[in-house]
Ligand binder design. Structure first.
Ligand SMILES: *Cc1c(COP(=O)(O)O)cnc(C)c1O
Length: 363
């Protein structure tokens, strides 16, 4: 099926796989002969329970989530988790945070309201993840943002905890783009709207031994132990978002690329897309990416035009060429191409060809 839709490089809410959008449209008025839209179903009815159970099982399979981790479907987004995590895990004690960009900085600031936060290391403006971390052995957890959506900085390997302190990772903008080494993780969280589905759903993967530590002030609906005990149905979950995310999981499971299938195929395509784009930027004398190659994000590629006076015309020409939402985050300026799972290789090829044409005309 060929599409006439433009390529959408939005950072989030972001582009979704077209087959998923088509299926949602087809099932909108009557889900599987139930006579109801998924939006109109009881979250406790057998139809929706089957949707939620399949979504969770598919997600567990795709990411090879071990049996001692619970998967929670919650609300509140990544920013909500910045408070929900310390309320559940810090016991009011110590939390170490490595700052690699805007989102980990926000996480540290929010956690300060609940815990004694120490900045273990700070990337500053260096563009490279610092090596030396000041870690406390008695910290309740160490927080990292493993893909900084605004700054385009990604951890390509998780650190091994030397001191047994649980690792908490914000995976909002690269969840399901690559496998996760769960042996190094205590808790992972992420909002759906970057790489997984519509806004409104937040996924939490929590190791069972970390349940039951919540502060008294933690709202019941945000208490991981309570949510886990009710299979994510303590209160009404974001049903429609769970349904669409479930369709995305099925799409990923069936995804084929370079002789691979499923998450391995998705990851391989993400590697190829990112390489294509970074190579084009590095080869250019008009554009530049300022992140060290050792930690460049496969998902979010910020870049700057060396002649900033061209920014407006760049965006207008890109839009006319069917390349949408390339404007960088207001805090850093420039451009950013978010190339999540649902961005096909053809989208990145179209962007690269536009970059070259634009440079030839204006460079
Ligand atoms: C988008 C994002 C958030 C915030 O998500 P909200 O759903 O808007 O609260 C947090 N962390 C990262 C890494 C993000 O990309």
């Amino acid at each position: 099926m060929t599409s006439s839709r433009p390529f959408n490089f939005a950072p989030g809410p972001a582009t979704l796989p077209e087959p998923v959008l088509r299926q949602v449209a087809e099932e909108m008025l009557d889900w599987h002969g139930s006579g109801m839209s998924v939006m109109e179903m009881s979250h406790r009815g057998k139809e929706f329970v089957s949707i939620a159970e399949r979504a969770e099982a598919d997600l567990r399979e795709l990411l090879a989530v071990p049996a001692n981790f619970r998967i929670l479907f919650m609300q509140g987004g990544g920013l909500g988790e910045n408070a929900i995590v310390p309320m559940n895990l810090s016991r009011g004690g110590k939390v170490d945070v490595v700052i690699t960009g805007s989102w980990s900085r926000k996480s540290a600031a929010e956690a300060r309201r609940y815990a004694d936060v120490q900045i273990a290391a700070d990337i500053g403006k260096t563009g490279v993840i610092p090596r030396d971390w000041q870690l406390r052995d008695d910290a309740a957890y160490l927080h990292l943002c493993t893909n900084e959506t605004i700054d385009g900085v990604e951890f390509h390997d998780l650190p091994q905890s030397a001191n047994g302190v649980p690792l908490v990772i914000d995976i909002s903008s690269h969840m399901l783009s690559r496998p996760i080494d769960w042996s190094r993780v205590g808790l992972a969280f992420g909002g759906a709207q970057k790489n997984v589905g519509p806004a409104g759903l937040t996924m939490v993967f929590v190791r069972e031994d970390l349940l039951g530590r919540a502060l008294d002030i933690c709202p019941s609906a945000f208490n991981y132990e309570t949510v886990a005990a009710h299979q994510s149905m303590f209160n009404t979950p974001p049903t429609f978002a769970i349904y669409v995310a479930g369709l995305v999981f099925q799409w990923v499971k069936g995804f084929e690329y370079a002789g691979l299938r499923g998450l391995a195929a998705i990851e391989r395509q993400n590697i190829d897309k990112a390489r294509l784009l970074y190579e084009a930027l590095d080869a250019s004398s008009l554009y530049e990416n300022r992140v060290d190659p050792s930690c460049r994000s496969r998902m979010n590629v910020p870049f700057f035009l060396k002649n900033e006076a061209l920014n407006e015309v760049f965006l207008a020409d890109a839009k006319a060429a069917g390349l949408l939402q390339l404007k960088g985050h207001k805090s850093v300026g420039g451009m950013r191409a978010s190339i999540y799972n649902a961005m096909p290789l053809a989208g990145v090829q179209a962007l690269v060809s536009f970059l070259k044409t634009f440079e030839a005309r204006h460079g």
